[in-house]
Design a protein around this ligand. Sequence first.
Ligand code: NAD
Length: 511
Amino acid sequence: MALLEQIASDETGRRRYDVKSPVSLESIGQFEAASDAEVRAAVDRARKAQREWATKSFDERAVILWRLVDQIVERQDEIVDLVIKETGKTLNEAIAMEVMAPCMQISHYAKRAKKYLATQHKRAAGIMRFSKKVTLHYQPLGVVALITPWNGPVALAANPLAQATMAGNAVVHKPSEVTPFSAVLLQEMAEAAGFPTDLYQVIQGDGQTGAALIEAGVDKVSFTGSVATGRKVGEACGRNLIPVTLELGGKDAMIVCQDADLDRAADGAVRGSFFNTGHYCCGTERVYVPESIYEPFVAKVVAQVETLKQAEKGASDVGAVFWDKQMDIIEEHMSDAKKKGARVLVGGERDRSLSGYFFPPTVVVDVDHSMDLMSRETFGPIVAIQKVRDEEEAIELANDSDYGLSGNVWTKDLAKGAKIGERMVTGSVSVNDISVTYGIPEAPFGGVKESGVGQVNGELGIRGYCHLHPVIIDTTKRAQGGYPYTEESAAGLRKIIKTVFGNKILRRLFV
Ligand code: NAD
């Protein structure tokens, strides 16, 4: 059964969808995709709202963002219920990811945007130092198109929303068609917090609607989603000459060193692979373990996974697969791996005793890179463990991937962990932890290779919602002159070049 079903499309091309919960398979609501004209109208309204918003001080903007935090705290039960209905994630994960993380993210920028975006005054260097003062202003870009996926419907919207609006922009948000309703709730909370009308608008729709938004005259696109869509979004932004950040998929590797604390590493493999039902862009998808510690490590992982609970109601450790398309990918990857010789130690097949979309926490060994399970993004609750000769082979295999989002290394020798981390061709890396980069604004987040373009979060990320506008002031109080050009003035220039740049000491002093 399809969890997202197109139920009608009128002559104007307006598409209507019914959304079902992956847990109960019951309808949780319907929405209509906005038409191209409605998308353009939303962007026009956002532009008007942005002009007024840009005149507000950081303190004035922050007051409203702090109130949004209040709203999230007050309405957390509503958020959690809705997100669980939409995604089937566990209660603990819904609280941690969709309530706590947004509170942390919004608070961070409400408190620090003023510092991150403070006007900078600089003295020009070199010869210019005698005549020019430089002031750098962080100007908002205008209207930001926010296009988000289904795996963190509140968190992955609230974070860019806070950064874009604190920087003085308006936001038009196209949430995933699989999780459309939590964005409506976020918009309601923003309005209740005092966001000016039209500053944050949610337009519902599918991929076509997202594509229309990029063509609707926006000034920046903040995109989070799959590599395939990211490529299309990047192309459209290139054609429209608008800046874009692409936060895309991953295939994160975990390297367990011979000296690792095996209990801790096994726990890390389980958490890293199962967090958010494995629907975590920085989830651990490949585990490399040297043969000397392979057997005890696998035994510890298996023992822990066998204790995990999966249930439609009540306490559960691993939630539902968020929608049928993802279940198809997980099942295809598992079947391909089994055909090529992988051995399943726990789980391995969709649990049909539960009525919803549940894939049990799974442990697979004897895997290799010929399998989709080890080369394409699976995004499911699977610990896939490959035995390697030693740490060198683990590093080589970790880097043998089209993706490069994040990764993790486990060792008692922290200096060695950092060194191995530096050799991993990824956007970031953790030592003795699952990937936590997205939750630490001081660490810029973003992928290399197919995992993305650009970095987000923190000082660097919020500055990405601005144009750094230099104002250069001449302090000399006299005309520059220079005309008419003569042979003497050309000779004078040559003399300066020879005197300053032909002299090894002077050229260092003057630049
Ligand atoms: P997706 O690419 O299918 O969809 C993402 C969004 O793009 C949706 O809102 C969708 O409607 C929209 N869209 C689809 N086609 C479009 C087009 N042509 N133009 C504009 N918008 C379009 O991704 P998904 O399946 O919703 O999300 C899962 C993916 O997101 C995984 O690959 C995951 O790794 C990735 N992800 C990455 C990060 C990160 O920070 N790197 C975070 C979360 C998820």
